[in-house]
Design a protein around this ligand. Structure first.
Ligand code: URA
Length: 244
């Protein structure tokens, strides 16, 4: 049995607070009857409706995927390009990506059908570390790397403190590999940060998401997160501390 507001939030319809409001406003029915009690608990067999629309009550599932390059982080694409869902084994649950990676970016992507969990992880306040490895043009100076760490000015604001590490530099080809850890999720942020310091990205991969990595997966492969990993991610987002 679970609290009604939690069930509504998990279905991705509203935050728990908003769900409580919907209940108080008489917009929620359980087995055909309006329920206004916030403490009401429901089981998987109870039929819940919000604004007359029945709630989908699937088992919650959490997937870690190694997204290949050249794939859209979406459930479907109107131009018929490959989407991340095409790479999942047959599952009955309807999952969607938590945030996204660019079409040309490969790496760690989480997917779920738990709307509340997705919102929690995507909320900028919770500062989950994401580590990228970028192949860039040129060899950045120590000062340029410091700039990435302190914050660079983008058209939508200054980036928050980050960590940058030069992994290798090839003087002959004038290319470098840099690891960058950020905890924001501005659109194309990593590419724009390197662009801002004069070193455009040629290849980008997300290697880590909080404590999760891509170990033992090849591009296009995925695995389910363990209940413990899900719990750890939730705790990390809720407390904003540790485990990273
Ligand atoms: N930053 C980018 O520039 N691209 C991504 O896909 C993710 C982060």
């Amino acid at each position: 049995m679970e609290r009604l507001q939690k069930v509504i939030a998990q279905a991705g319809i509203a935050s728990r607070r908003k769900a409580e409001e919907l209940i108080a406003e008489g917009k929620v029915k359980v087995n055909g009857k309006i329920v206004r009690e916030l403490g009401t608990k429901v089981s998987a067999n109870d039929k819940v409706e919000v604004n007359e629309i029945p709630l989908e009550r699937e088992e919650k599932i959490y997937i870690l995927m190694y997204k290949p390059r050249g794939v859209i982080s979406a459930v479907k694409d109107d131009k018929n390009r490959k989407v991340v869902i095409d790479f999942l084994p047959e599952i009955k649950e309807r999952v969607y990506p938590i945030g996204r990676l660019d079409y040309d970016t490969s790496g760690l992507l989480l997917l779920t059908n738990d709307g509340e969990f997705a919102n929690l992880l995507m909320h900028p306040r919770y500062e989950i570390n994401k580590t990228y490895v970028a192949k860039i043009k040129g060899i950045p100076s120590r000062q340029s790397l410091k700039q990435l760490e302190k914050g660079v000015k983008l058209e939508d604001g200054i980036t928050a403190p980050a960590k940058a590490k030069l992994l290798s530099a090839d003087k002959k080809t004038q290319k470098s590999i840099v690891e960058l850890t950020i905890h924001e999720g501005k659109n194309r942020q990593v590419r724009r940060m390197f662009e801002a310091i004069g070193h455009p990205v040629q290849k980008l991969k997300r290697e880590r998401y909080a404590f999760l990595n891509l170990h033992s997966l090849n591009a296009g492969e995925s695995r389910e997160l363990s209940p413990h990993e899900v719990k750890q991610l939730r705790a990390l987002a809720e407390t904003g501390t540790g485990l990273q």
